[in-house]
Ligand binder design. Sequence first.
Ligand code: DP6
Length: 327
Amino acid sequence: MGTWIATAEAHPNIAFIKYWGNRDHEARLPSNGSLSMNLAALTTRTRVAFRPDLSADRLILQGREVTGPALARVSRVLSLVRAWSGVARYAEVRSENNFPTGAGIASSASAFAALAVAAAAAAGLDLSEQALSRLARWGSGSASRSVPAGFVEWLPGTSDEDSYAVSIAPPEHWDLVDCIALVSTEHKAVGSSQGHRLAESSPYQAVRVADAPRRLALCREAILQRDFEALADIVELDCHMMHAVMQTSTPALLYWEPATVRVMQAVRRWRTREGLPVAYTIDAGPNVHVLCPRAVSEEVQRRLQALPGVQRVLASGPGGAARLLSP
Ligand code: DP6
């Protein structure tokens, strides 16, 4: 039996090779493998308490009770934990981010990674990292990548059993910094879960998916060799391939704002004309993640902050694995 209560922490991650589209939407079996870096400076802390007095699961986010689809998604993961452990109780889940919510930084990855680790421990399950990554995947695909440490690859697999993420290098391997240029803090119109369902409607998705193993190999190699130029090329190509799919799906998704494009063009100029090691990538939103080595990160942050339309810049180096906190 479990201790009934456990608390865990996890970091969000930024994908260098993107996850977009599922073969199975319910189990979140992705159309292609993906690769990311955890973000040390951003953290979600989640406490799970299985209680005998509850008649349903409860979710409290940043101190506020949440119901509806967000609660249903959390319950889905809790129900798997109940099925695997034999625990029959409902749970109260309290989750907090150390980064501004609604600032346009996706928190589902860190949220479901922390939930998986805390819920499994509270129910007395002793799960391997792979099993925790699979469990997190049911809540949010990218959460599978927030379970292992540092630079992480999600192996797409063929079924629930073999679709999980593994660390390809620890956080100390390469001191890269993600400088996140926030250009809008508005809530996005179409979230990623809905977006994944539209991917197949783009004629470009099949091409993007077929070419994914090649991009993954190039990205993996660039990370292992700490080759920034190679990383920059493949990360920007992969970002554009995903946004090409988004922009050509039905209905079309156009996440970029004018300031997004301004940042993209500035980053390209800095790299190609001035030789500054910088590269951009963009998720399902308008904010731009600008990657660079630590040595130039202060300079990059200063430059980003000075661009019109950039409201704020957050910076983070590579982060560790999702972890249980002592009770
Ligand atoms: C564009 O993991 O947020 O950030 O599984 O529905 O929660 P759900 O989707 P999510 O999708 C991430 C999409 C992305 C690319 C990436 O992180 O790989």
